[in-house]
Design a protein around this ligand. Structure first.
Ligand code: SAM
Ligand code: SF4
Ligand code: SF4
Length: 369
C-alpha cells in the first residue's frame, strides 16, 4: 500500500503551473461549469482509530500499511496560509476532516488559527469538523474554546453489535453518544449525525436511528454508500437509495420535503410532519449534486483535489516549500479552479469503467469526506 500513496503523491500530483500574469483575487472565482469556490475540506491526518468496512477495511489498512510520515504532512502554518488564499477566492466554509481529525496533535491550535481568518467582507468563516466521535467527549469544550463552530459526527448504528461490525475495532455506541452530548453541551451546534447506509450491514438501523434522533437537537443525515477510493470493494447492490430510506421512515413517521438552505447544499431535507425536526439525505449515487458542487479538498500532504472522486491532485505543498509567493500560489489555484469540469457522480458509469482500466481513485481517508 505504501507504493500506492507515493504514486498518487508524485506521478499523479504534478506541481501546478504558475500563470505568467499575476492577478489579485476577486473573491468571485468560477470553474468551467460556472461553479464558485465556496467550501474547503482539509484533511489533517490520514490515520484513524476506526477501520470502517466501507472506508478503511482492515485487510488493506493493516499493521503494515504505510501512513504518511510527519514531515509529509502540512504544518498548521502551511494549512492556514493555503486556507487564507482560498478565503480570498471566495471560500466561506472550512471543514476539517481526515482520517480521524481529532487524532492530529494540538488540533485546537489549528482551529484557533483558522478561526482568526476573515472573508474579504470581514465575516468570520463557518468552521466545522467531521469526526467519528471517539475523542469528542474529551475534546468538545477545548475545540469550542478555540473557535470551532460546529461538528458532524459519524454514527452508523445504535445497536452495539452492528456498530462494532461497521467500525471493526470494537468501539461502543455509548461512547459516541457521550461525545455527541459533550458537543451539545459545549455549543458545537447544530450537530449533524452522518449515517452511511450499507445494504445488509446496517439498513435495519435506519428506523432505530431515526426514532432516536427525532425531536432532539442533532440532525440525522443518511448517506448513500459511495464508490470512493479503491479499497472498499464497492458494489451498487449494497447501496440503499435515499428514496427507499425516506419511504421506510415515512411509513412510520410522516415526512414532508423542505427546500434547500442554499445552492450547493449536499443533503436533501425532509421535515417530520409532526414538527419534531428534520432529516437529511445525501444521495451522491442516485441523485448526483455535481451541478452546484463548490467544494475543493486539500489532502493531508497538501494536494488539491477538485473532486472527491479525482484520480490526481495538484501539489500545493511543492509550491509552499519551493518558496513561492502568496500571489503565485493564489494564481496557480485560480488557474486550476477555472478549468475544473469534474462531475463524477453525474457520469458514474463512464468513470467506473475508467477505474476498471486502472485509474485508481484516491482513498476517502486520504483526502477526507
Ligand atoms: N473519521 C471522520 C468520520 O468518520 O467522521 C472523518 C473522515 S470520514 C472519511 C468522513 C465521512 O465520510 C464520514 O461521515 C464517513 O461515514 C463518510 N464515508 C467514508 N467512506 C464512505 C463511503 N464509502 N460512502 C459514503 N460515505 C463514506
Ligand atoms: Fe475512520 Fe472516518 Fe473512515 Fe471510519 S469513516 S475509517 S472513522 S476515517
Ligand atoms: Fe462534487 Fe465530484 Fe462529488 Fe460531483 S462527484 S458532487 S463534482 S465532489
Amino acid at each position: 500500500m505504501a507504493e500506492k500513496i507515493i504514486m498518487l503523491g508524485d506521478a499523479r500530483s504534478p506541481s501546478p503551473a504558475i500563470p505568467a500574469i499575476l492577478e489579485a483575487p476577486t473573491g468571485l472565482l468560477g470553474d468551467a461549469l460556472g461553479r464558485p469556490l465556496h467550501d474547503l475540506r482539509i484533511s489533517v491526518t490520514d490515520r484513524c482509530n476506526f477501520r470502517c468496512v466501507y472506508c478503511m477495511p482492515k485487510e488493506v489498512f493493516d499493521k503494515d500499511y504505510a501512513y504518511l510520515p510527519h514531515t509529509a504532512l502540512l504544518s498548521f502554518e502551511e494549512i492556514t496560509r493555503i486556507a487564507r488564499l482560498f478565503v480570498a477566492h471566495g471560500v466561506e466554509k472550512i471543514r476539517l476532516t481526515g482520517g480521524e481529525p481529532l487524532l492530529r496533535k494540538n488540533l485546537e491550535k489549528l482551529v484557533g488559527m483558522l478561526s482568526a481568518l476573515r472573508t474579504p467582507s470581514g465575516a468570520a468563516l463557518d468552521l466545522t469538523l467531521t469526526t467519528n466521535g471517539s475523542l469528542l467527549a474529551k475534546k468538545a469544550q477545548s475545540l469550542k474554546d478555540a473557535g470551532l463552530n460546529r461538528v458532524t459526527v459519524s454514527l452508523d448504528a445504535l445497536d452495539d453489535a452492528t456498530f462494532k461490525r461497521m467500525n471493526d475495532v470494537d468501539f461502543a455506541v455509548g461512547d459516541v453518544l457521550e461525545g455527541i452530548a459533550a458537543a451539545h453541551r459545549a455549543g458545537l451546534g447544530p450537530i449533524k449525525i452522518n449515517m452511511v447506509v450499507k445494504a445488509g450491514m446496517n439498513d435495519q438501523e435506519i428506523l432505530p436511528m431515526a426514532r432516536h434522533f427525532k425531536g432532539g437537537p442533532a440532525i440525522l443525515r443518511f448517506i448513500e454508500y459511495m464508490d470512493v477510493g479503491a479499497s472498499n470493494g464497492w458494489n451498487l447492490a449494497e447501496v440503499i437509495p435515499s428514496a427507499e430510506v425516506v419511504r421506510r421512515i415515512a411509513a412510520e413517521m410522516p415526512l414532508d420535503p423542505v427546500g434547500a438552505n442554499y445552492a450547493g447544499e449536499t443533503a436533501a431535507r425532509w421535515r417530520y410532519a409532526d414538527g419534531s425536526g428534520e432529516i437529511g439525505l445525501i444521495s451522491s449515487v442516485t441523485q448526483a449534486f455535481c451541478k452546484d458542487c463548490s467544494r475543493a479538498r486539500l489532502s493531508t500532504e497538501g494536494k488539491l483535489y477538485t473532486c472527491l472522486f479525482a484520480t490526481r491532485g495538484h501539489d500545493l505543498r511543492a509550491l509552499l516549500r519551493d518558496g513561492r509567493s502568496d500571489a503565485e500560489i493564489s494564481n496557480a489555484v485560480a488557474q486550476l479552479w477555472r478549468v475544473r469540469a469534474d462531475r463524477y457522480s453525474e457520469t458514474r458509469t463512464i468513470n467506473t469503467s475508467g477505474i476498471e482500466r486502472g485509474d485508481k481513485k484516491v482513498e476517502m481517508s486520504y483526502i477526507g469526506g
